[in-house]
Write a protein that binds this ligand. Structure first.
Ligand code: ADP
Ligand code: MG
Length: 254
């Protein structure tokens, strides 16, 4: 089915790029508490790619939002490159997201009516002049197979092309940590394999630490380490092989 995964042992504390300790997020939804993330501890090494496999509703997006400093945990610690993320000010958090983090969100935040390349440089433009941003992103667009689509308006791109524009934007600032929320959620299996291979290769080339969450069993084949999230808790391994649990697959990447 896929490339065999190289398994690496748990990264020892202190050497991790990402260190989660007893991380908890409980939502209070109409008086009913939801234990979305319920005590996660995890160390991810530099340059390591983790596939976090879990069915819909298992807490994947909640976990990534907390690591991206977009959502405050109920309790627990998040260290990124030794720095506590939960205590950053708004300004520091946005700086961190801009310069150190790449986040491929579950929804495509592409601006309609704006070209592929101008969508891809949006993040770079915060720190770089337009002309330099274009010059810097072009080799990456090329690497992602988008050089023939640079001037095409976002809404005319296929789903696979849109996903690759989102990858270009996430990697444009050369982040040391890349979060990917169901990056193959709206792609067929051939396109999914392409995107997963690309993420794997780009992560290796650039020594980026990748935390990829998915309910796509294909994703597990590309990671150094595979973990399963169930009801907000981590379990080693990817569960039974070839168990896509179709009931958990939502109709779209929402
Ligand atoms: P996944 O990404 O694995 O599908 P989520 O992290 O989106 O899971 O959601 C985990 C659980 O938390 C689900 O039961 C979901 O309904 C709930 N949840 C997510 N966001 C909120 C929110 N803002 N308020 C209340 N409950 C939420
Ligand atoms: Mg989600």
């Amino acid at each position: 089915m896929s490339v065999p995964a190289e398994r690496t042992p748990e990264t020892p504390p202190g050497t991790a790029m990402l260190e989660l300790t007893d991380l908890v997020k409980h939502y209070d939804s109409a008086g009913e508490p939801v234990r979305a993330v319920d005590g996660i501890s995890l160390n991810v090494g530099r340059g390591e790619m983790i596939a976090l496999y879990g069915p819909s509703g298992s807490g994947k997006t909640t976990l990534l939002l907390m690591v991206a400093a977009l959502l405050a945990p109920t309790s627990g610690r998040i260290l990124i490159d030794g720095r506590e993320i939960t205590s950053l000010s708004e300004r520091e958090a946005s700086r961190f997201r801009l310069t150190e983090l790449g986040f491929i969100r579950q929804s495509f935040d592409l601006m309609p009516g704006v070209s592929a390349i101008d969508n891809a440089v949006l993040k770079l433009l915060a720190t770089t002049r337009w002309r330099d941003a274009h010059r810097r992103i072009e080799p990456l667009m090329d690497r992602l197979g988008l050089s023939g689509r640079l001037r095409h308006s976002a809404e005319t791109l296929s789903m696979g092309e849109r996903q690759r524009v989102m990858i270009a934007r996430a990697l444009s600032t050369q982040p040391s940590l890349l979060l990917a929320d169901e990056p193959t959620g709206s792609l067929d299996s051939a396109r999914s394999v392409e995107v997963l291979e690309l993420l794997r290769e780009l992560a290796r080339e650039r020594a980026v630490t990748v935390l990829l969450v998915s309910h796509d069993p294909l994703a597990a084949g590309y990671a150094d380490r595979v973990l399963t999230l169930r009801d907000g808790r981590l379990h080693p391994g990817s569960g039974p092989p070839d168990s896509p649990a179709p009931a958990d697959r939502p109709p779209s990447a929402t």
